[in-house]
Ligand binder design. Structure first.
Ligand code: PLP
Length: 421
């Protein structure tokens, strides 16, 4: 590092996410973005392999997103959503309903993935209560899952990721199982549901890819199994498409690959093309109808201050325009083919355990990464922005990344892993 400081703890005022500030290196400072690049304050240009936590699916500073944002800023940057609606939200809700499978048609807007999932869980539990199914207060989720950082979501994350032991006594206790990926785990889950199904309101999972859990992939058949079990035991199926939504796995939504319709789906991350904080919880008609009553206590009691922020809704509409006007899913297929070809040589490196690709997600899994921070810095030397974590180095680039920039990313990863092996 060229800076005299070396620890994040020496930064004035800022407290960084997911960081032991004592040992984390002084962070780089971003100054501007364009396409798939981030320019730092010292003029260095980094090629971004992760699209700002996979939000910037159209690349940075897309002119269509920018002009939508500017036009909305001039007309109405924000207005409350209590007792008042607006055109950008109405239009976005209609478009999301049209894109999602089945009768997923009621859209509740929030401003982060965690809160969208909180709302999904509240909906599911109250759905059961409103239908007089009392006692169904638990959520069944899966090892390796990640659904956000709020206390409610920590309780349904992987026990380690959710720090269940550290926060014991604070977090509500839910039920964590193994994903039904084979006959044995499916049988175990069936048995669990036969015994405790009537305590459970919903099953929650990320479809096809458990992202923060280590980019773990599973087959579409797993989702079909979950759909069948939910129907059999009277549970709702909640899919957390915060990571997978909007093309990342090769289809607009991951659940399409299993040809199932969840009862509730949560969307965020790429919803605004990486421009504004926005999230949506979308429910099927039957879920919504359980809240219709003369009884005010059967209403869904939730309402973030910045709910359906017009700037965010306008830019999300513009992002959906780009999915219609530009060949995003073809670009994802091209990225998939290129990642398969170019990451494959990593498989022969000594500490590599697996190389896997799905859509615009490329993963190199190692036996261990003793110091992810050091690996990140080595990649920075190649002007590459990626953030290894746990045992993986992964790429989730913008769908618009030029092939030569993607090659620079894959070559740099190979080269750095080779010299670190
Ligand atoms: C990022 C993520 C979340 C949390 O979203 P935030 O906007 O960070 O609250 C939830 N679920 C999944 C699958 C995610 O990838």
């Amino acid at each position: 590092m060229t800076t005299p400081h070396h620890r994040a703890a020496d930064l004035p005022n800022l407290w960084l996410p997911y960081s032991q500030m004592q040992t984390t290196a002084w962070p780089v400072t971003a100054a501007k973005t364009a396409g798939s690049t981030i320019t730092l304050d010292d003029g260095r240009v980094l090629i971004d392999g992760i699209a700002s936590w996979w939000t910037a699916c159209h690349g940075y500073n897309h002119p269509h997103l920018r002009s939508a944002l500017v036009a909305q800023a001039e007309a109405m940057p924000h207005v409350m959503f209590g007792g008042m609606i607006h055109e950008p939200a109405k239009r976005l809700a209609a478009r999301l309903a049209a894109l999602l499978p089945g009768d997923l048609e009621r859209v509740f807007f929030t401003d982060s993935g965690s809160v969208a999932m909180e709302v999904a869980v509240k909906m599911a539990i109250q759905f059961q209560l409103n239908n007089n199914h009392t006692g169904r207060t638990k959520i069944l989720s899966f090892r390796g899952g990640y659904h956000g950082d709020t206390l409610g979501m920590m309780a349904i994350c992987d026990p380690e990721e959710g720090m269940h032991s550290l926060f014991a006594g604070v977090l509500p206790e839910h039920i964590i199982a193994d994903l039904p990926t084979d006959a044995e785990s499916t049988h175990k889950l069936e048995q669990l549901l036969s015994e405790r199904g009537d305590e459970i309101a919903a099953i929650v999972t990320e479809p096809l890819v458990q992202g923060a859990g280590g980019m773990l992939f599973h087959e579409p058949a797993v989702l079909q199994t979950l759909r069948t079990l939910c129907d059999r035991f009277g549970l709702l199926l909640i899919l957390d498409e915060v990571f997978t939504g909007f093309g990342r796995t090769g289809t607009m939504f991951a659940c399409e690959q299993a040809q199932i319709t969840p009862d509730i789906v949560a969307l965020s991350k790429a919803l605004t093309g990486g421009t504004m904080a926005l999230a949506a919880t979308v429910a099927r008609r039957s879920v919504f109808e359980a809240f219709l009553s003369d009884d005010p206590s059967k209403a869904l009691m939730h309402g973030p201050t910045f709910m359906a922020n017009p700037l965010a809704c306008a830019v999300a509409n513009a992002s959906l325009d780009l999915f219609e006007q530009e060949p995003r899913l073809q670009q994802v297929a091209q990225i998939e083919a290129q990642l398969r070809k170019e990451l494959e040589p990593c498989r022969d490196l000594p500490n590599v355990r697996d190389v896997r690709v799905m859509g615009a997600i490329g993963v190199v899994e190692l036996t261990a990464i003793p110091d992810p921070e050091e690996l990140k810095c080595a990649l920075l030397e190649h002007n590459v922005w990626v953030r290894p974590f746990r045992t993986i180095v992964y790429l989730t680039p913008a769908f618009t990344i030029p092939p030569e920039e993607l090659s620079h990313l894959t070559r740099s990863i190979h080269s750095v892993l080779q010299s670190h092996a």
